[in-house]
Structure formats: structure tokens, C-alpha cells
Design a protein around this ligand. Structure first.
Ligand SMILES: Cc1cc2nc3c(=O)[nH]c(=O)nc-3n(C[C@H](O)[C@H](O)[C@H](O)COP(=O)(O)OP(=O)(O)OC[C@H]3O[C@@H](n4cnc5c(N)ncnc54)[C@H](O)[C@@H]3O)c2cc1C
Length: 381
């Protein structure tokens, strides 16, 4: 059995962030993934200003070592109406997850984490904790499980990886191109029910998808086809789908000596669908919680440290869930469309949110103040 100070299961953004944080602080970290990298991950690859800021803080570098298309132009549509095109917004960074995650993993390995990717995971023992790989057993006082939306660890701890009544689902196609497209970043609210569509330019093509609350989208394939038709795109590229933990975070982000991070803890923004930023942040917070607990000689305290540290993210997701009906409830839609089209403040707030320069707390307070206006618009437009 190989002994470490920390096991990290899953080498996506959450896992690599946890590993780099712990390894830089001197812990012996095993970073485990069932895939060899580079590997594909279904994702729009939209790396927002918030993600970039967290990346810089955690990895101590200017930008991930991967091809990035930086864009400052964005188009918004809502329920089939153009609501704004902007050419000078805070930069949005468009990546391919295959390359991005590989770059984050390389950074974690250079920081000193032991590379145990490309290993078959035969068993997870949450009590020990220990993980049985085809190369042998690894164990440590604590385990950060960042094993994604279908998290086998969350299933082991709680019987299910997520709540099917709350989960989101998304479909995507990749359109390979020889050069970056001239199209702006595009977001279409309502392209899926209680969800949205996206058309993201990349250095090597376009990623187009739709995603929304799964129980409200019984035929998401037809929403994707309608969206592709609306964009005038004809493609034979394969359609791929994946669950998206759209705002149903785990109140208890782990159990005993196991801390769940990223999608495994349900940390996706329920309005923007953004998950990379919270994956990076939660990985960092998990390892900082581990470091504090191990430093105090009380590993059992890591989970309660972590739950406290996640408070601001949990609050932000709760606030976003409260705002979500104002966008998607059919009775309020007209008000939202008119408000978004006419209010430069509302649009600026959305962009500031993506840039990580404002939080939902501020937006919630302003939204409540605007509520009478929104209702009046919905009734009169
Ligand atoms: C279609 C779609 C589009 C999206 N677009 C965006 C976007 O544009 N911007 C954005 O910010 N977010 C987006 N998201 C959300 C984002 O992809 C996730 O929130 C993010 O990937 C979470 O990172 P993570 O590290 O928690 O999990 P993941 O990135 O899923 O990584 C989990 C890792 O765990 C590994 N693993 C799983 N099971 C095991 C096992 N048994 N043993 C070992 N390893 C295991 C996997 O191989 C994987 O490498 C999108 C999601 C979807 C589905």
C-alpha cells in the first residue's frame, strides 16, 4: 500500500486545483484519474473572467498553458428575440477542455503531485480512505473526490450522484474549422426550457449546445435541432450529452474523511451554467481545509472547515436559483426580454457576473428593487 497525505480522485479543474494547492503546501498528493490525459470532456469550454481570476490565484500563472481564443464581443438573445450585441465587454476566454484540463494537470504534476492518471479505479474505500487501482492500493488520512457529475464517490456516500428532479442536462456539437470563426460569443436564453443555448468560437472551430433543467426538457434533441436551424448550421458532427448539476448543490459536501469538490458537490451556477470557476475554487478550498485540519492534527475537522469555506459559493447558487424564475417563468418572460434589451445596467451586471466582478448578492438586491417594473412590463408588453 502506498501512503500519501492526500488522495485526489478526478483530475478535472476541481481535482487539479486541489492537487496544486496541497502539493505547493508540501503535502504528498496522489492525483488519480481513470483517463489518460489529454482526454475529452463535454463542455462549452467558456473560461470566464471569474475562472481566469481563480486560475491566477490558485496556479500562480497568467493564463493556462493552452490555446485560448480571447473575445470581447458577445451577442445575447432571449426567447428568439435579439436583446443586444456588445463589442467591448470584459474578455471571455474560449478553450477546448481536452487541452485546458491537460494544462491544469501538468501544472499540478509540476507542483509535486504524483501522477496516477490513466489508472483503472477498482474500488473506493471512503472509511480508510483508500483507493484500489490496478497498480495497487493508495491511502491517505483524507480524500478529495472531484470525480465529476456522475461521481462514484458521491454515489458511494449518499446512494446517488445527484437528484434527478433537480439535475440539468446538456447536448453539444463540435464544428471543427481550420481557423477561428468570425462569429461572436453567443448566448440564447430559452433555447432550452429553463436553460439556454450557446455558440462559442474556438481557435479551431465552434462549440454549439443547449442545456436546461432536465425534467422540463423531455425532448432536448429537438431543442438542439431547432437552435442549429436558427443559427443556420447544418452539421453531421455527433451530438453528445451530459448531466449538468444546475444549481442543486450538496448541503453536506462529503462525509467523514471525504470532501466532494466541483461537479461532484453540485457546484454549477444555475443561471449561467458555469461550472469551471466553482470547480477551481472548491478544489482550492477543499485542500486549504485539509491543510488546516492536518496542521491542527485533527483530520476529522477537514469536512466542517470545508463546509464553512464553501458558504459564499452555496449562498451565490441559492441566490441565483431565486432569480432564475424571473428569467424563465412564462408569465415574466416578456418583462425579462424588455428589461434586458432596454436596461444597460442589467446587461452590465450579467457581464460583470461572468467577469467575476460582482456577486449574486448585489444582483438579488437590485432585482428585488426592480421587481415592480419587471411585473409591469410583463403585463403590458
Ligand atoms: C455540455 C456542457 C457545457 C458546459 N459548458 C461550460 C462552460 O462553457 N463553462 C463552464 O464554466 N462550465 C461549463 N460546463 C460545466 C463544466 O463542464 C463542469 O462544471 C466542470 O467540468 C466541473 O469540473 P470538475 O473538475 O468538477 O469535473 P470534471 O471536469 O467532470 O472532471 C472529473 C474527472 O473525474 C474523473 N473520474 C470520474 N469518475 C472517476 C473514477 N471512478 N475514477 C477516477 N476518475 C474518475 C473523470 O475522468 C474526469 O477527469 C458545461 C457542462 C456541460 C455538460
Amino acid at each position: 500500500m502506498a501512503e500519501y497525505d492526500l488522495l485526489v480522485l478526478g483530475a478535472g479543474p476541481a481535482g487539479s486545483s486541489a492537487a496544486v494547492t496541497a502539493a505547493r503546501a508540501g503535502l504528498r498528493v496522489a492525483l488519480i484519474d481513470k483517463h489518460s490525459f489529454p482526454r475529452d470532456k463535454l463542455c462549452g469550454g467558456g473560461f470566464t473572467g471569474r475562472s481566469m481570476r481563480y486560475f491566477q490565484q490558485i496556479f500562480g500563472a497568467e493564463a493556462p498553458d493552452t490555446p485560448i481564443l480571447h473575445r470581447t464581443a458577445i451577442s445575447f438573445c432571449a426567447f428568439g428575440h435579439e436583446v443586444g450585441h456588445f463589442t467591448d465587454v470584459p474578455p471571455l476566454h474560449m478553450t477546448m477542455r481536452r487541452d485546458l484540463d491537460h494544462a491544469l494537470l501538468r501544472a499540478a504534476i509540476s507542483a509535486g503531485a504524483t501522477d496516477l492518471t490513466g489508472q483503472k479505479v477498482l474500488a473506493i474505500d471512503a472509511e480508510a480512505p483508500a483507493v484500489t487501482l490496478d497498480s495497487g492500493i493508495v491511502s491517505a488520512p483524507l480524500l478529495v473526490a472531484a470525480d465529476g457529475v456522475n461521481s462514484p464517490t458521491a454515489r458511494l456516500l449518499f446512494g446517488a450522484a445527484f437528484d434527478r428532479s433537480e439535475i440539468g442536462f446538456a447536448l453539444e456539437v463540435e464544428l471543427p474549422l481550420d481557423a477561428p470563426p468570425v462569429t461572436p460569443v453567443r448566448i440564447d436564453f430559452g433555447a432550452a426550457d429553463w436553460g439556454y443555448g450557446w455558440d462559442f468560437p474556438k481557435t479551431c472551430g465552434r462549440t454549439i449546445g443547449v442545456g436546461g433543467v432536465m425534467r422540463r426538457n423531455t425532448n432536448l434533441k429537438s431543442s438542439l435541432n431547432a437552435y442549429l436551424g436558427y443559427l443556420g448550421v447544418h452539421t453531421d458532427s455527433p451530438v453528445k450529452g451530459q448531466f449538468l448539476p444546475f444549481g442543486a448543490y450538496r448541503r453536506q459536501p462529503g462525509r467523514g474523511k471525504v470532501l466532494l469538490a466541483g461537479d461532484a458537490a453540485g457546484l454549477v451556477d444555475p443561471i449561467t451554467g458555469e461550472g469551471i470557476a466553482y470547480a477551481l475554487k472548491s478544489g482550492q478550498l477543499a485542500s486549504e481545509s485539509v491543510l488546516a485540519a492536518l496542521g491542527a492534527g485533527m483530520p476529522d475537522q477537514a469536512l466542517s472547515n470545508y463546509r464553512t469555506a464553501l458558504g459564499p459559493i452555496h449562498r451565490a447558487i441559492t441566490q441565483a436559483r431565486l432569480i432564475r424564475p424571473l428569467i424563465f417563468l412564462p408569465a415574466l418572460r416578456k418583462g425579462f426580454v424588455a428589461g434586458f434589451r432596454n436596461s444597460s445596467t442589467l446587461r452590465a451586471e450579467y457581464l460583470q457576473l461572468l467577469a467575476g466582478k460582482t456577486e449574486y448578492g448585489q444582483i438579488t438586491r437590485r432585482t428585488v428593487a426592480r421587481l415592480p417594473n419587471l411585473l409591469a412590463r410583463s403585463l403590458t408588453q
